[in-house]
Every structure is written in C-alpha cells, then in structure tokens.
Design a protein around this ligand. Structure first.
Ligand code: GLV
Length: 321
C-alpha cells in the first residue's frame, strides 16, 4: 500500500507530479493560509507530512497523527516545528539547506544596495512623474566601500554574504554563538565581535541566524539604540529576531538610517508603522525565490520525505545538536 502523505500547500508542478506518483497524496489547500482545523483534521491518518515555514507543526498537530513517521519541511528554517516533541515521538524531521544559500545571499546584497542607494524610493519618484532633471542632491545615499558589515549569524548564508561583500570592499565583522577557529577567520577575512560591540561598530548589520528562544528579539530596542545613526539593518532570516515595533520607532525617529526586511514578526502581517516609512524596503519573504532554487527545494523536500517513508536515511535530517 502506498503511504499516505499530507502536502500542506502546492509544490512547483513537476515536484508535485513526482510526489503524487509515489504516494497517496492529499493536498490540504491551494490557499496561502491553511486553517488550523483543516490541518488537524487532514493529518490524522497520514504517515508523511510535507509542509512549509507558514505551517505551525506543534505538539497538538503531531498528537493528531499517530501513524506519522516524517515531517519534511520545504525550508531551511525549522522554527515552525516543535522539534523536541517531534524527536521525542521518534519522528524524522528534514529541511532544505544549501540549495538556497546563494539565492538568499544575493537577496541580502540586493537589499543592502536598495536601502543604501534608495532604489525603491527613487523608482517611485520616477513613476510619479517627478523626475524633472539631474540635480546635485537628488537621492543621496551611502557608499559601501570601506564601510563595516556586521553579520549576525555566520553559518552557510552569512558566509555567502561575506564572500559577496568583499567584492564591494566592505570590512566584515561577525557575531555567532559558535566562534570560528582564528585560522578560519583569517582565511575568510572576518573578525569576531561580541554582539553588543558589533551593533555599535557596524555600518550595515545583516541577520543570518536561525530563530530559537535565544535569538528572539536579539535586535532589541536597547541594541537599536546602540547602533550608529547612519546604520542600516537587514533581515532576511526570521522576523521575530528583531523587535519590529522598536525598529519602526528607530527608523521613524532617525535613530538609525534605514532597513531592508524580507521577513516580519507576524507574517504575513507587517507592522503598520513600517509601511508608512520611506527609509525601509519591504519584501514578501522572497529570499530563496529564484526559479532554480525553489525547484531544488521542492525536489529536496520530496526526496527527503520519500526516503524517510521507505525507512532510509534522508539526505537532510534535522537532528538534536
Ligand atoms: C526560508 O525562509 C527558509 O527557511 O527556507
């Protein structure tokens, strides 16, 4: 008998076709939001779950599925899953690392440039028919060469951002709870700083950490106050790492210069105060959204799921540290 699988939202069509040939597949919804009651009802008889970062897979969901063997998350971040509980129930959990590293690092640089050179504001200005001629002080921005980029979280994506940043002649400092060996820091051309020193020293602060209880509101009102008035904050990781209300206030009052956000505290809701501001660029969580990367994520999530269901070791297990 083919295993029963719940797919919470559509995958790209080729991956969904592949999956539906291998398993008895139920697609929970075509909508962006899957109502919780539907998730709870549809998971009940399934052995496999393929879900996304928007699905909260907590104890209640897991308890509804006595036959569940694997949770395959089509995302690298797994903060949407109660990992400890899943592991305590003997479930396999998998994610989609590596394939999205370069796309997410590209988007980070795109946001850095968009904010420092005020691209979105300038684009709006053109569309509004307000470009009447070249002017010496039109949309003055910030230059990157010689400035300091502070990376908060220095895993795969942080390092890919560092590689790109060097081409812009940025100096790179980083904070990560796991400091690298000094030899490796030298090789990568980066210097470690405690987080409070990093926020004071960096011109650009970019977040590449995973969301855990320890990283919740890591960028707090207090740390925003310590940043330079010219500082730019970029977040392509997870919204709750930044205190979004405090950030809106810091941007509104000119306590920091600008921000670029691909993620929000209560997605898909965006703090209304942020929407009013010109010095922040807002994106709808598209860090990994290139056609190639999303295709690879889909197939990786399907392969992880199928291997787990066959009793094989999936390529990307998320295991207790
Ligand atoms: C995207 O945010 C991901 O975690 O894959």
């Amino acid at each position: 008998m083919r295993p029963k699988v719940l797919l919470t939202h559509p995958l790209l069509p080729e991956a969904m076709d592949y999956l539906s040939r291998e398993v008895d597949l139920e697609l929970a919804t075509e909508e962006m939001i899957l109502p919780r009651e539907e998730l709870l009802a549809k998971i009940a008889d399934k052995q496999g779950l393929l879900c996304f970062l928007t699905d909260v897979i907590d104890r209640e969901v897991i308890d509804r599925a006595p036959e569940l063997r694997i949770i395959s998350n089509c995302a690298v971040g797994v903060n949407n899953i109660d990992l400890k509980y899943a592991w305590s129930r003997g479930l396999l959990v998998t994610n989609t690392p590596d394939v999205l590293t370069e796309a997410t690092a590209d988007l980070t640089l795109a946001l850095i440039l968009a904010v420092t050179r005020r691209l979105v504001e300038a684009d709006r200005f053109c569309r509004q028919g307000r470009f009447r001629g070249w002017k010496i002080d039109l949309f003055l921005g910030q230059e990157l060469a010689g400035r300091t980029l502070g990376l908060v979280g220095f895993g795969r994506i942080g390092r890919a951002v560092a590689r790109r940043a060097r081409a812009f002649s940025l100096r790179i400092i980083y904070y990560d709870p796991n400091r690298l060996e000094p030899g490796l820091e030298k090789e990568l051309g980066v210097a470690f700083r405690p987080l409070d020193d990093l926020v004071r020293e960096a011109d650009l602060i970019s977040i590449h950490a995973s969301l855990t209880p320890e990283s919740y509101h890591l960028i707090s009102a207090e740390r925003l106050r310590r940043m330079k008035k010219t500082a730019v904050l970029i977040n392509v990781a997870r919204g709750p790492i930044v205190d979004e209300k405090a950030l809106a206030e810091a941007l509104r009052t000119g306590q920091i210069w600008g921000a670029g956000l691909d993620v929000f505290e209560n997605e898909p809701l965006i703090e209304p105060e942020l929407v009013k501001l010109d010095n922040v660029v807002l994106l709808p969580h598209i860090g990994s959204a290139t056609a190639d990367t999303r295709r690879q994520m889909c197939f990786m999530a399907v392969d992880n799921l199928l291997r787990g269901l066959r009793g094989e070791r999936p390529a990307n297990p998320v295991s207790p540290a």
